[in-house]
Design a protein around this ligand. Structure first.
Ligand SMILES: Nc1nc2c(ncn2[C@@H]2O[C@H](COP(=O)(O)OP(=O)(O)OP(=O)(O)O)[C@@H](O)[C@H]2O)c(=O)[nH]1
Ligand SMILES: [Zn+2]
Length: 190
């Protein structure tokens, strides 16, 4: 992924063009600072382009037992790459260690790295799983993402409340009904 710094001026120019295209007066008081604000906003909301999952997953702790670790209800906000509108929800990551675990916060940080980009929910889900497999090298990983897409709620088909669920398995979770059911059972526990 690109390590380039964001081009703030380009974003500002783009925002001015969209506002002009819509027919707005870009010189009216309320809009004067908007291009600058939006450029600063993207620096935060698209920070994933300059972040790297490997950086967060490289610190490990040894464990004696390779029991499943599950982190669930990890909230995230992302953007759909088709409409540049937010999609948001929660992610759950489970893995079976291979003698090593990562800090719990790093699981949520990995979600952030890939969520803070223009995304497809399917790709976001797979990228989180693949980052775990590549960096931590567990025996397997399973990731579930549940999200609402604003491009389906405030425009287009307009179906608020519709949830999209994407699931990815890697390693020992592949085709392993027992492990997958274990994951789903742990997700349901409140
Ligand atoms: N698979 C997938 N589709 C997505 C995601 N986010 C948005 N979409 C869909 O991307 C599609 C883009 O379809 P297009 O027909 O090119 O665009 P559109 O004319 O704006 O489509 P409508 O939303 O149906 O009005 C839409 O069906 C969106 O619902 C995502 O994360 N994954
Ligand atoms: Zn969309």
């Amino acid at each position: 992924m690109t390590k380039n710094k964001m081009d703030k001026e380009k974003i500002e120019e783009g925002v001015r063009l969209i506002l002009e295209g819509i027919g707005e007066d870009i010189n009216r008081e309320g809009l004067l600072e908007t291009p600058d604000r939006i450029a600063r906003m993207y620096k935060e909301l698209a920070a994933g382009y300059t972040d790297d999952a490997a950086k967060h997953l490289k610190k490990r702790f040894h464990v004696d037992n390779n029991d499943m670790v599950l982190e669930k209800d990890i909230p995230f906000y992302s953007f759909c790459e088709h409409h540049m509108l937010p999609f948001y929800g929660t992610a759950a990551i489970a893995y079976i260690p291979n003698g090593e675990v990562v800090g719990l916060s790093k699981m949520a940080r990995t979600v952030e790295v890939f969520a803070k980009r223009f995304q497809l929910q399917e790709r976001l889900t797979a990228q989180v799983a693949d980052a775990f497999m590549e960096e931590l090298k567990p025996q397997g990983v399973m990731v579930l993402v549940e999200a609402e897409h604003m491009c389906m709620t405030m425009r287009g088909i307009k179906k608020p409340g519709t949830k999209t669920v994407t699931v990815v398995t890697r390693g020992v979770f592949d085709d392993n009904e027992k492990l997958q059911n274990n994951f789903y059972r742990m997700l349901e526990r409140r």
